[in-house]
Design a protein around this ligand. Structure first.
Ligand SMILES: [Zn+2]
Length: 478
């Protein structure tokens, strides 16, 4: 198994994902592999826990360190070897016949690898060596947990017909979309498959090929560049609004009609289910047997959830691709997902649902890797940069801007936006564009040192003539 694969210069890692169209026989094998992976994970997690409490108990009896039961090392190799010793006893049927040979040995190895990673994350988080939220101790996987397993060796192939893939133990399976893009690259030797991950998600089995792909970080030839620099505001009303530093709106994306319609249908179904006899009787506050009608509605709701999710995902991908391809420098706000979803994040709560639900974190993640892929740059504004409250006309900053204000009207009576006002999302986008441009030039000027000050200074320099008399607001950014 490739532990540390060095990606060669000019090559990048890229995943290609396809929905599988498995036969009943395939599904049995898929389920078996997913079950095997879960079994290996849980078996070794149980072993690790048992080992920990054994040593704990021994210590409490006063046994010296030297005589303690040896630690079960949390490395991938150690866990895998240990599982390989155990499997002859534990991965067998009641009549004693082993079932473990029915699955590829890779699914067990991968499960051990995942467990090793989970234990390491917990350990580092506990010792404060890991950034981000605290990672808990790994928990057992249930039948309801994500079903997933991976292959790194064996026959992993994309068939020349463009509609089939071949995987170890499974053989050839049909896929729903054409594999053309990946197949072409494989044929030309500009892609290599490192790993195939199979998972059950959103009601279907998916295969994801992790590949190294030779590609220059550049925009595809057929895509037109809309502007060198743009600011992107995740709007309150529309999904996104993009504008240049000169105040020109270059892109505005609304939530697609089919997504709105699908969400509306979903809500209607949920209301319908609420009127039916569900598993909870609110009057007597007891559980009860749900009616058949309620169960039927639940099945439709589950399907509709998948459809809404798919539409949203599709939308998000198209949006981030188009942003990464259309501009060289893209300025956005700092998308601290946690802050938006929790207490302080009432800011966009209930509004801009289409994007918020799809996940601002996911928007951010996609924009990051796509800008890298297409050779553009993303500039995130400082967390406290008041992109919505700043006037793009004169640079003054409002103390308060209500979410219901669709229009930004400047308080400065000498400012052109004092009477007419400007669409609030466009206003924010322009500010972000200027921020990004300033950051970028600051980066070139002094190698990135002291960026914040320079950005603020550049903003002052950019203020139009009309801004006489307004108090300088730029200190705000600090
Ligand atoms: Zn103004």
């Amino acid at each position: 198994m490739a532990e540390r694969f060095e990606v060669p210069d000019g090559w990048v890692l890229q995943a290609y994902q396809y929905a599988l169209d498995p036969t009943a026989a395939h599904i049995a094998v898929l389920e078996s592999h997913a079950g095997g992976a879960r079994f290996a994970y849980n078996t070794m997690l149980r072993a690790v826990k048992a080992n920990l409490s054994q040593r704990e108990a021994e210590k409490s009896y006063g046994i010296t360190d030297a005589d303690l039961t040896p630690t079960l090392a949390w490395t991938f190799q150690s866990l895998r070897n240990d599982f390989n010793r155990r499997k002859h006893q534990v991965a067998v049927r009641e009549d004693g016949t082993p079932w473990w040979p029915e699955n590829s040995k890779e699914v067990y190895a991968n499960a051990c690898k995942n467990l090793a990673a989970a234990l390491k994350n917990w350990d580092e988080s506990r010792k404060g060596k890991r950034k981000g939220p605290r990672v808990g101790f790994p928990s057992f996987k249930s039948k309801r947990s994500a079903r997933a397993f991976a292959f790194t060796t064996g026959t992993i192939r994309v068939e020349p017909g463009r509609h089939h893939v071949t995987l170890p133990r499974l053989g050839t399976l049909r896929v729903h979309e054409s594999t053309r893009k990946l197949a072409r690259r494989l044929e030309h030797g500009t892609a290599r498959i490192l790993k195939a991950t199979v998972r059950f998600e959103r009601g279907s089995w998916l295969v994801s090929f992790t590949c190294v792909v030779e590609r220059a970080a550049s925009r595809p030839a057929h895509v037109k560049r809309l502007a060198p620099v743009a600011g992107v505001d995740l709007g309150v009303k529309d999904l996104i609004v993009a504008a240049t530093p000169d105040g020109e709106e270059v892109l505005r994306c609304k939530a697609p009609r089919e997504l709105k319609q699908a969400s509306r249908t979903l809500r209607a179904l949920q209301r319908k289910a609420a009127r039916q006899q569900g598993p909870w009787d609110a009057e007597t506050e007891t559980r009860r047997e749900p009616s058949n009608a309620w169960q039927r509605t639940q099945a439709v709701i589950a399907k509709q959830h998948i459809r809404v999710g798919n539409l949203r995902r599709d939308r998000l991908h198209k949006l981030t691709t188009s942003l990464a391809q259309s501009f060289d420098v893209i300025g956005t706000e700092t998308l601290a997902v946690k802050n938006m979803m929790t207490a302080g994040g009432a800011r966009k709560k209930g509004l801009n649902r289409s994007l918020a639900d799809a996940g601002l974190g996911e928007f951010s993640r996609q924009l990051d890797y796509k800008t890298t892929r297409y050779g553009s740059v993303r500039v995130q504004a400082d967390r406290w940069y008041p992109s919505s409250k700043t006037c793009s006309g004169c640079g003054s900053v409002k103390a308060k801007l209500s979410l219901s204000d669709r229009l930004y009207v400047c308080d400065n009576e000498h400012c052109g936006l004092n009477i007419t006002g400007i669409d609030r999302d466009l206003n924010a986008a322009i500010n972000l564009a200027r921020y990004a441009r300033a950051e970028q030039s600051a980066c070139f000027d002094n190698g990135g040192a002291d960026r914040k000050t320079t950005a603020a200074a550049a903003l002052v320099a950019m203020k139009p003539e009309s801004s006489n008399g307004s108090a300088s607001p730029q200190g705000e950014a600090a």
